[in-house]
Design a protein around this ligand. Structure first.
Ligand code: KG4
Ligand code: ZN
Length: 350
């Protein structure tokens, strides 16, 4: 008897300002069949206006899903399950994506999965790599900075989180103060890599604070660092590149110190080896990734970071989280869209 074909899962992501749709399957050679992102431009208003974003999702969702299916060379009836982000995020956008996904699944009589956006980020490491539970996660995005242990799908233990701004938020706000574009982290990374020649006088380099370093717990804080950067910008104390370098180094050092602390907790349940997964938009940063790689090696762990295009928001990670849940339990899992949805409040599977 021939093997049944692997199931195809359509994923939908509309939690912020990207309308995204993707198709994935469990084929290790080609797990992502399509990954389409329609980015909204909110520069006119200087930020995302939730109602404007929701209307834009409504306009873009049908063509984005059609493109995802066409790129995957699939007809709608060939889709085996549908997964859509149901939180956390902006409610209007979440309602558009989740309602569309649920109706699409109902029309096809296929299971539907409400996916937590953060679970999408952290499981995305498993799309291209064999990462076994329990693994340690550093989730660093625009809205979240958190260290967790993933014991199983849906079973996440928080070790520590930011007590104020997220790392991505600090990058975005400082980038804005410098007159750079969005996403701020990507812009800051670009500027941090220029003017970095050997002729520059290192004595003039700006040093920014590294809050929480050395603390017993695994919490983060980035608001003091952000304020110190604002002051340096206002005082014209340093060039754009110097501020960017100082921001990148300070954030990188904070992430490494807090993660080192989390490794000690992780070692109690996994005394040898194991994976450190870094996920979320900030994980696209090469300097941060290199520092975490070094930390992992020193602690006998393997760093696993998704490729750059899977670090920032996308629908492949949502489809993948749906596929992981489908492969463990075929029952539908529907949760009403919600702006807040901590990872510690998820349903386990199986
Ligand atoms: O995961 P994500 O796309 O959206 C959220 O779920 O928040 O993360 C967006 C965040 C933004 O704050 C952005 O500035 C940051 O990720 N980011 C980066 C880089 N690319 C995006 N931060 C540092 N370096 C980058 N290369
Ligand atoms: Zn995200």
């Amino acid at each position: 008897m021939s093997n049944p074909r692997p199931p195809f899962v359509l994923g939908i992501e509309t939690s912020c300002d990207e309308t995204a749709a993707a198709v994935v399957c469990a084929d290790p050679n080609q797990p992502i069949l399509s990954n389409i992102i329609a980015r909204q431009d909110h520069n006119t208003f200087g930020g995302v206006i939730p109602e404007v974003a929701a209307r834009q999702h409504l306009r873009t969702i049908t063509p984005t899903i059609k493109r995802a299916l066409a790129t995957a060379k699939l007809k709608p009836h060939e889709i085996d399950a549908v997964a859509a982000t149901s939180g956390p995020g902006l409610l209007g956008g979440l309602i558009v994506g989740a309602s569309f996904g649920q109706s699409f699944a109902a029309g096809l009589k296929r299971p539907f999965f409400s996916i937590n956006h953060l679970e999408g980020h952290l499981l995305s490491a498993r799309i291209h790599h064999s990462v076994w539970f329990p693994f340690l996660i550093l989730l660093i995005s625009g809205g979240h900075t958190e260290l967790m242990i993933a014991h199983d799908i849906g079973v996440y233990q928080s070790l520590g989180r930011t007590i104020d701004d997220a790392a991505g938020e600090a990058f975005d706000k400082v980038a804005r103060a410098l007159g750079l574009g969005y996403p701020g982290g990507e812009e800051i990374e670009k500027y941090a890599n220029i003017e970095n020649d050997s002729t520059e006088n290192k004595d003039t380099d700006l040093i920014l604070p590294r809050p929480m370093i050395g603390r017993e717990n695994c919490d983060f804080s980035f608001s003091g660092l952000k304020t110190a950067a604002f002051r340096a910008i206002q005082a014209k104390q340093a060039s754009t590149a110097q501020v960017c370098r100082a921001m990148s180094s300070a954030i990188s050092d904070c992430l490494v110190d807090r993660t080192a602390r989390a490794i000690q907790h992780y070692r109690r349940i996994q005394p040898h080896s194991g994976h450190l997964v870094v996920a979320g938009g900030v994980a696209a940063n090469q300097q941060i990734k290199a520092a975490l790689d070094d930390l992992s090696t020193r602690n006998g762990m393997k760093l696993c970071a998704p490729p750059r295009d899977l670090c920032t928001d996308n629908a492949a990670m949502i489809a993948w989280a749906g596929l992981e849940r489908l492969s463990r339990c075929r029952a539908m899992a529907v949760d009403a869209p919600r702006p807040r949805w901590p990872l510690t409040k998820l349903a386990a599977v199986g």
